[in-house]
Write a protein that binds this ligand. Structure first.
Ligand code: SAM
Ligand code: DTB
Ligand code: SF4
Length: 316
């Protein structure tokens, strides 16, 4: 998919765009089903990187303290609760630049993955940069998906991060693909980027081989103390257009309406779900930021006659 094609789709009259996205969704997915995914921060804060949106960077005074890596038992307990609450995917996030085979912390992550993978949910991790060796070990331990976002266009990325390059992100994604782990890759809207940056980001995603299994669309949560703390909220119709466009060009991807739902009305979320989003993060907290409460989300799904994706048979 090239940029001109994406621009054409994005610029379709709003309701025509929604109709096309809805038709694409219905041709590929079960109507009325939303995947619930629970996030857990297994290692919070103190990160060496300078991502301008992130409360976990050690460069900014955000009030997030650096914590130790959780133990496999602690993580397993949280994963069990997530499953009981209806999640079919469990995503463990660590505030690191990356991981190296042989490090004690990487061994500890492998141990938690082995434990969580027995529960019959999709097991996702987001640990920053890695190579093929690490990816292969994660796969052997039971990881089904790796989250590594490109966040925005290649051109805008240096405005947001200086401690690693866009190409480093793509290298990690390639290593994950080589190890036959599903890629979860998306980005953030509301960081001061243009419409063109957003579409270039989608263009990069459509050219992945294989295409990403999951595409998180995050709205910036403006975290106090970060350089982006005063960014205004994204225009909701721009967000919906982006979700609809993503659904049309990546019909088989799960499109996750990710961070930032606390700043979206329930009507806006309903339109995002109509436009093709079919997954949300479920639970009172994201990694460090607030998420709508579980009760609130249950009410929303019930009001829209949507149901949580049922647990997998045969342990998957
Ligand atoms: N350190 C790893 C990395 O950078 O890939 C994993 C954790 S990182 C917090 C995962 C993703 O969360 C980021 O790539 C970004 O897209 C998203 N994110 C982080 N802070 C955010 C914020 N304040 N608002 C919206 N999305 C955010
Ligand atoms: C993703 O794209 N969004 C999630 C998940 N992948 C790891 C993280 C959102 C983080 C929001 C900010 C915070 O909680 O600190
Ligand atoms: Fe570190 Fe990830 Fe936050 Fe960047 S987004 S500062 S790499 S935790």
């Amino acid at each position: 998919m090239n940029l001109a094609q994406l621009q054409q789709i994005y610029a379709t009259p709003f309701f025509d765009l929604l109709e096309r996205a809805r038709a694409t969704f219905l041709a590929h997915w079960k109507k009325g089903e939303v995947q619930l995914c629970t996030l857990l921060s297994i290692k919070t804060g103190g990160c060496s990187e300078d991502c301008a949106y992130c409360a976990q960077s050690a460069r900014y005074r955000t009030g997030v303290r650096a914590e130790r890596l959780l133990t496999a038992e602690e993580v397993l307990e949280a994963a069990r609760r997530a499953r009981e609450n209806g999640s079919t995917r469990f995503c463990m996030g660590a505030a690191w630049k990356g991981v190296h085979d042989g490090d004690a912390k990487f061994e500890q992550v492998l141990e938690m993955v082995r434990a969580v993978s027995q529960l019959g949910m999709e097991v996702c991790v987001t640990l920053g940069q890695l190579g093929f060796g690490e990816a292969r070990k994660l796969k052997e331990a039971g990881v089904t998906a790796y989250n590594h976002n490109i966040d925005t266009s290649e051109e805008y990325y240096p405005e947001i991060v200086s401690t690693h390059r866009y190409s480093d992100r793509l290298d990690t994604i390639r290593a994950v693909q080589q190890a036959a782990i599903s890629v979860c890759c998306g980005g953030i809207v509301g960081m001061g980027e243009t419409e063109l940056d957003r579409l270039k980001m989608v263009e990069v995603l459509t050219n992945f081989d294989p295409p990403p299994e999951s595409v998180p669309i995050n709205c910036l949560m403006p975290m106090a103390g970060t350089p982006l703390e005063n960014q205004p909220p994204v225009d909701v119709f721009e967000l919906i257009r982006l979700i609809a466009t993503t659904r049309i060009v990546l019909p088989e991807a799960k499109v996750r309406l990710s961070a930032g739902r606390t700043r979206l009305s329930k009507e806006a979320q309903a339109l995002c779900l109509f436009a093709g989003a079919n997954s949300i993060f479920y639970g009172d907290k994201l990694l460090t930021a607030q998420n709508p409460g579980v009760d609130h989300d249950r009410e929303l799904l019930s009001a829209l006659d949507l149901s949580a994706q049922p647990p997998f048979a045969n342990g998957r």
